[in-house]
Design a protein around this ligand. Structure first.
Ligand code: GUN
Length: 295
């Protein structure tokens, strides 16, 4: 079989920018109506470098669409009770439409307890069990940002999903598991036959090679190689990692969970890293915040 040489790039920056334009317009209308812009708060506990970068990007995105944003930095040593008290304060703040608590949290804090303390109406990450349950049942609620961002990306590029075989690699609560649910719904994008593969899956390459749509959220740099991908597949790469690169001034470059150079020529479409899923996750968070503001 001949290798595909031209592939469509699933450009999350372009798709995200198009959506942000529409969000900014709605935010301005909402501000004119009720006298204040949508307001998102982000809680960052500790000094994790990657988390800091993500949260700063979220705050910057708010500015871009005319939202108000508040970054709440808390020390690594904060107790669980103190963090729960801060969450309660945000739940009761009438000037705030939604907030997120950036994960991971320090090991001494039970992240599930913190997530469960967030008012589901302000849970714009869509992590609260109430929102997860609504998603599973197809009821209204907040969808988790990364999987819903991937759905927006598939929509923007008119990727056919009905009847396709989809393999989701990775079963995290925030990406793999909700992604598998969203793509099996009777909706667009959706109506896929989904396999959720993970670290205990046997014969992984045989399974990934059956995928018409392969969503990779395994958290390992360049894990998926060309031999694991079917000719003509659509590949979405959720990973983002810094790897050393002496040729760069910074000394590193960003790569995904997919070995892009080898895999891309086999694909019908593939998302790059950076500039693929990352900008879509942030755009989805803005969409959820707008929804929260509209009530
Ligand atoms: N850590 C990695 N991704 C996310 C996300 O989407 N939201 C939060 N709160 N933490 C994360």
């Amino acid at each position: 079989m001949n290798a595909t040489t031209t592939y469509k790039l699933l450009d999350g920056k372009r798709c995200g920018d198009a959506l942000k334009e529409a969000i900014a317009k709605e935010a301005a209308e909402l501000k004119a109506q009720r006298g204040r812009a949508p307001h998102l708060a982000a809680v960052l506990v500790g000094n994790d470098g990657a988390s800091k970068t993500y949260v700063e990007a979220k705050v910057k995105a708010c500015e871009k669409v005319g939202f108000r944003s508040t970054l709440i930095r808390l020390p690594e040593t904060i107790t669980e009770d103190d963090l729960l008290a801060r969450v309660e304060g945000l739940n009761n703040d009438p000037g705030l439409d939604g907030f997120i608590v950036q994960l991971p949290l320090p090991a001494h804090i039970d992240a599930d307890r913190v997530i469960q303390a967030i008012d589901p109406r302000k849970d714009v990450d869509g992590f609260h069990p109430m929102n997860v349950g609504n998603m599973v049942l197809g009821l209204p609620g907040f969808l988790p940002a990364t999987p819903s961002g991937i759905c927006e990306l598939l929509k923007y590029y008119h990727i056919e999903t009905a009847g396709k075989r989809c393999v989701v690699l990775g079963r995290s609560n925030i990406v793999g598991t909700p992604m598998s649910i969203l793509l099996s719904r009777n909706a667009y994008p959706g109506n896929c036959t989904v396999t959720l593969a993970h670290s205990r899956t046997k014969d992984l390459t045989r399974i990934t090679r059956e995928a018409d749509i392969l969503i990779v959220a395994i958290g390992k740099p360049q894990f998926v190689t060309a031999d694991m991908v079917k000719e003509g597949a659509v590949v979405v790469d959720v990973g983002i990692h810094r790897i050393p690169d002496a040729s760069r001034k910074s000394g590193f470059r960003l790569v995904g969970d997919v070995a892009f150079a080898g895999v891309a020529p086999k694909c019908e479409a593939i998302s790059p890293v950076p500039g693929g899923v990352g900008p879509m996750t942030i755009t989805s968070l803005l969409l959820n915040t707008l929804k929260a503001a509209k009530g």
